[in-house]
Design a protein around this ligand. Structure first.
Ligand code: SER
Length: 588
């Protein structure tokens, strides 16, 4: 089975069981620039897990491109990937444990064809107020699982979510492939890392909401959220040793062998890193990310630069990334047409960044030479300098070590490591912050601010310039933040006029109406919005009288009067050609 066959078989299986297929959403969460990337199939579905009605109904399935950046430096082993695909099916307040387990078991048997004695499952052991999930274990038993194939674990292993600080979550049952080797010890089980067990599927019974105080409340509806890693499933189905041995990587590795004149087996780690990073980079570029100093663009830059270093390690000199990217675009375009559509800009950007990095590297080498002359009295290159080479010039410590060794120097690895760790902790904490703010919360305040955002968008187009388009939107419980394309500062008069426009709409207490229609109808109706829909073929269009008509997942207030009033706090530049407005609502 190849990847496309597996995607289709998975989706067809669930369509035959009453599910509707939704499209893979962008890697960049729409309307929410504070979350860096889509990390699971459930991300785009958060509002619906919280009770918002999905236009395609209560049973959904898809394959979703995902990026997880927590372990970039660990990529290179047999299993870590930055980019991966998640196959998923959802019940939005429809079926629950019984059907979910039945569907999973059926698919494992009939599509993946994994013999039951090569499977193991886990269930929630109970913790705090949430009881042990006996029901799940019993359901697996009813399908023929023996006691020694069922493992109970606590919150660390058998609980999923929330993805941010607050949000939907619940106990899960995870499905593992057992390769049949002997247990490595008496406690060996699915949570052991010896390699005997590989997680392939996770069924989350999302029935709780974790709030800001860490309290769990029961959700309006009982949901099922499942996710199966496509690469891992493919690895198991095809009986190969690692995800890199699946057909998904064959073309990329072959191209690398051709360009380098080396074999994959000569430097497995380098081949894997280049393949993983350029796959992720190509997809990010395909979704409009460009290399930058912050945010998604920074991650993209890191991936391209790390790949570039490893390319040179295996002897690929010069500007060559596009050639690998071309293989990726060809491999994935049947499933992800955006790659074919955006291939010109993907190639231009990847080449530009590669060239830029080659220049930086040359500068770094010059800086290294300077350091040598600053450092004549010591046989050790200090941690601060080694870290500067890493941080500013992108030198991996191994490269610095090699260069230093040629000059009979050693590097202060301990000091470098502690600086490195401090830096990593800081950036992780930063990433956590981003994540916390990011995920949708459907509180009354954010719902109101969401409607206010639509009104502001309409006001900008009416009062300032009809060509204005949304470039980003972020809503917290306190304020809205709206980014739009415009190339100068707004005047005080314009800001006042925008406020008046929105306040007039609030005073008129206009009903906010949601209509479901198909994608093309929405487009011809003149609704604005991002038409690379993530909501499937049927979309929701929210209209506010004749002021605003926008493609959007919701939720919104029912009448504009609920907003009470609108005030702009700030107007500033956000990036070249992009302005940003922060505003609040309430009685003023
Ligand atoms: N959200 C869960 C996961 O990411 C199941 O889809 O594993």
């Amino acid at each position: 089975m190849d990847a496309q066959e597996l995607r289709e078989a998975y989706v067809d299986f669930f369509i035959a069981r009453g599910h509707k297929q939704i499209r893979s959403a962008s890697l960049i969460p729409e309307n929410d620039p504070t979350v860096l990337f889509t990390t699971a199939g459930m991300h785009p579905l958060v509002p619906y897990l919280l009770g918002e009605k999905h236009p395609e109904g209560k049973r959904l399935c898809d394959f979703q491109k995902c990026i997880r950046t927590g372990d970039i430096d660990e990529v290179g082993d047999a299993s870590h990937l930055t980019f991966f695909e998640m196959l998923g099916n959802w019940s939005l307040g429809d079926y629950f444990k019984k059907e979910s387990i039945e569907f999973s078991f059926d698919l494992l048997q009939t599509v993946l064809k994994i013999p039951i004695d090569h499977l193991a499952v886990t269930a929630f052991a109970g913790e705090g107020d949430i009881p042990k999930d006996i029901e799940t274990a019993e359901l697996w038993k009813s399908h023929g699982f023996k006691d020694d194939q069922i493992f109970f674990y606590g919150r660390n292993d058998n609980w999923w979510g929330p993805a941010g600080q607050t949000g939907p979550c619940g106990p899960d049952t995870e499905i593992f492939y057992d390769d049949g080797r002997k247990k490595c010890g008496p406690n060996c089980g699915p949570s052991c890392h010896c390699g005997k067990y590989t997680e392939i599927w996770n069924n989350v019974f999302m029935q709780y909401f974790k709030d800001n105080d860490g309290k769990f409340t029961t959700l309006k509806q009982q949901n099922v959220d499942t996710g199966m890693g496509l690469e891992r499933a493919l690895r198991i189905v095809n009986g190969v040793e690692t995800v890199y041995d699946t057909s998904l990587f064959t073309g990329i590795i072959k191209k690398l062998e051709e360009l380098s004149g080396k074999k994959y087996s000569d430097d497995i780690k380098a081949f894997r890193i280049i393949s993983d990073h350029l796959r992720a980079a190509t997809f990010m570029l395909g979704d409009g990310v460009v290399p930058a100093k912050i945010g998604q663009g920074y991650i993209l830059r890191r991936l391209i630069r790390r790949a570039s270093r490893y390319m040179s390690n295996i002897g690929i000199e010069g500007i060559n990334m596009q050639k690998i990217s071309e293989v990726i675009v060809n491999e994935y375009s049947p499933a992800y047409s955006e790659l074919e559509k955006n291939k010109d800009s993907i190639y231009t950007q990847i080449t530009a960044e590669e060239e830029k990095f080659h220049k930086t590297l040359r500068k770094g080498l010059r800086r290294f030479d300077e350091m040598l002359s600053e450092n004549v009295d010591s046989k050790i290159l200090d941690g601060e300098r080694v870290f500067q080479l890493y941080d500013t010039y992108g030198f991996p410590v191994e490269l610095t070590q090699e260069l230093a060794a040629e000059k009979n120097l050693t590097v202060d690895l301990n000091d470098f490591n502690s600086r490195f760790k401090e830096h990593q902790d800081k950036s992780r904490a930063g990433a956590d912050q981003i994540f916390k703010g990011g995920l949708a919360d459907n509180s009354e305040e954010t719902t109101k601010l969401h409607t206010a955002t639509h009104l502001l968008n309409a006001a900008l187009r009416n009062i300032v310039d009809p060509n204005i388009r949304q470039k980003g939107s972020n809503i917290t419980a306190e304020r809205l933040r709206f980014d739009f394309n415009f190339d100068r500062k707004l005047t005080l008069e314009e800001l006042k006029a925008l406020e008046n426009y929105v306040n007039d709409a609030i005073k008129a207490d206009i009903p906010v109406v949601c209509k479901e229609m198909n994608h093309d109808e929405a487009k011809t109706s003149g609704a604005i919005g991002v038409f690379e829909s993530k909501y499937g073929e049927i979309v929701k269009v929210y209209s506010i009288g004749d002021i605003s008509s926008e493609l959007c997942g919701g939720p919104h207030v029912t009448h504009t009067g609920e907003l009470e009033g609108f005030k702009i706090l700030k107007e500033e530049s956000s990036a070249a050609g992009v302005r940003r407005i922060k505003a609040v609502i309430g009685k003023f």
